[in-house]
Design a protein. Sequence first.
Length: 148
Amino acid sequence: MLPVIGSLSAAFSYGIATNYAKANARLAAFETAHGSLWAASLLLLPMLFLWPVKQVPTAESLIAVVGLGIVCTGVAFPLYYRLIRDIGASSALTVTFLNPVFATLWGALYLAEAVTPQQLLGMVVILAGTALATGFRVGDLVRRPKPA
């Protein structure tokens, strides 16, 4: 039950942050990302006391967490908030729809995880939904020049 609550809370937080960024477009993308990350850190801090660490983290795991934090979050969030400003909240939010597709892809490629038919069907649904949300059409891939 806790993972479900965590997943729903993450989606809820994305919605709040995206709407805040849309309503406060005058703020720089870096400022919005900076505030979002501080808010997330403060919201997660009590969890440290509710579920204390069971063992001392290894240097390798600490480096991985710092790398993920800096590269995957610290670089991606300002880009995400800039997308909100440049193309709008609805289109920018579709980036997050693709997370399960790429998580499954990387798991299969790098961790040799099995991909089930249900996952493939889910990916098709996600890609179709993203295409619908952004107004993408397959014909856009092959544009034929219009006669002059």
